[in-house]
Design a protein around this ligand. Structure first.
Ligand code: GLC
Length: 251
């Protein structure tokens, strides 16, 4: 059995159908025992929130964990070790305090709780009917002061302000070279617009059957052989994709 690098988003990608998750976990666990296959989870959740979820859903222990919208890489979930190299990359061109002060001046933005903030992530709730206009105004205000910020607006509710170097695709690339696994032996899985970074490289990609319209729209415009849109939802869609790419046997 040849090893591969398996990278998956959690909520509404790996998670959503408990019995399909169990079946996929069984196959992945067996594959990892017999080869050097690596498992990586990516999530918008904080590390603390991930830990609660991992226990509740009996997730397999990941080899690495990309939490808080890609702003933190952890190795060895217990005890967790934050990757200092990734933090150093994110620190370049990032001015958290100044950016926070500019964004806080917008009354429509409500800071998320302290557990959702970290040195490389400023997160707000924004549920305004003219959210897009407010985001455009904030972008202008930041650009006028010369600050580069990556915006992520999710589910009409969560606005994350992130360092310009945050890129889940780049994080996967670093993990790939650390473990010396080829692009062709890498597969990423996701369900939403916030996973597009994961699908933008040369790696194989699985878009689960329950993917959000925004990701499907992107897929229509970016179709290629190494991207697979599964018919099945959640973990069953992932299994379908892993079999499609022949990473796991059909039965
Ligand atoms: C998760 C995080 C939140 C973030 C959202 C979208 O819900 O807890 O802070 O804004 O994902 O990325």
């Amino acid at each position: 059995m040849k090893p591969f690098l398996f990278v998956t988003d959690l909520d509404d990608t790996l998670l959503g159908d408990d019995s399909a998750l169990k079946a996929l976990n069984r196959k992945l666990k067996q594959h990892r025992q017999q080869s050097q296959t690596k498992i990586v989870y990516t999530t918008g959740r904080s590390f603390g929130s991930y830990q609660i979820l991992a226990k509740a859903k009996s997730l397999l222990r990941p080899d690495a964990l990309l939490t808080s919208v890609g702003t933190e890489i952890y190795f060895n979930a217990e005890p967790a070790e934050l990757d200092p190299e990734w933090s150093a990359i994110l620190a370049q061109g990032w001015h958290r305090e100044q950016i926070l002060a500019i964004a806080n001046a917008f009354p429509q933005l409500q800071l998320q709780p302290p557990s959702e903030q970290n040195p490389f992530k400023i997160s707000y709730y924004l549920c305004d009917p003219i959210a897009e206009t407010i985001i455009a105004q904030l972008k202008t205000a930041l650009a006028e002061k010369g600050f580069q910020v990556k915006f992520s607006y999710h589910a009409g509710q969560d606005l994350d302000l992130l360092p310009p170097n945050v890129d889940k695709g780049l994080a996967v690339k670093l993990l790939r070279s650390k473990w010396q696994l080829a692009t062709s032996r890498t597969v990423t899985c996701g369900d939403s617009e916030s996973d597009i970074d994961l699908f933008s490289g040369e790696e194989n990609g699985i878009i689960v059957g329950n993917a959000k319209p925004e990701l499907l729209q992107w897929y229509q415009e970016n179709q290629r052989q190494s991207l697979y849109h599964a018919q099945k939802a959640f973990a069953a869609g992932i299994l379908e994709g892993l079999q499609h790419f022949a990473f796991l046997p059909k039965c």
